[in-house]
Design a protein around this ligand. Structure first.
Ligand SMILES: [Zn+2]
Length: 158
């Protein structure tokens, strides 16, 4: 399975488009007074339930949290038994309608990978990259080559 890119939003599958819309709605709830970079994430659980998140900045900058991780942690705490199948993330400037390209940061990819590894089920990731092309990654692992997982730690326990 490879990472796919789509020039037009309409080329995405229905489920991805639905999650992108949900992520866009969630971005409205972002608290981003410092960067004015509003990010929304929406993930789908195996039963179709959607959980969203937005970025929450803080005057003490490192206390901020990305939209993806807000959604992932919310899903894990509300629906601990349900697997995550797909996650979409979008960004926009405050008061702008147009989405702007934003791919997940390294720490978010690492957290997605932790969930993917633990649930033993791949998580598709949809986001907007260069030239506004839509990216659909088949898994968190595909976004993090040479990744570090619990398998690396287990070496010391054998
Ligand atoms: Zn992030």
């Amino acid at each position: 399975m490879e990472i796919q890119t789509f020039t037009h939003f309409d080329d995405l599958d229905q489920e991805s488009k639905y999650l992108v819309h949900k992520a866009r709605d969630a971005a409205q709830h972002a608290h981003a007074p410092y960067s004015r970079f509003m990010v929304g994430a929406a993930l789908m659980l195996e039963d179709g339930t959607v959980v969203t998140g937005a970025n929450f900045e803080n005057a003490a900058y490192p206390s901020s949290m990305c939209a993806e991780r807000v959604a992932l942690y919310a899903a894990a705490s509300q629906y601990p038994e349900k697997r995550i199948t797909k996650l979409a993330v979008v960004a926009k400037k405050k008061n702008d309608k147009e989405l702007i390209p934003a791919t997940s940061c390294g720490p978010c990819r690492q957290v997605m990978l932790e969930f993917e590894t633990n649930q033993q089920n791949l998580i598709e990731v949809v986001m907007q990259g260069d030239n506004h092309a839509w990216i659909k990654a088949p898994s968190a692992a595909s976004l993090l080559p040479f990744c570090f997982t619990k398998d690396n730690l287990d070496i010391h326990h054998k």
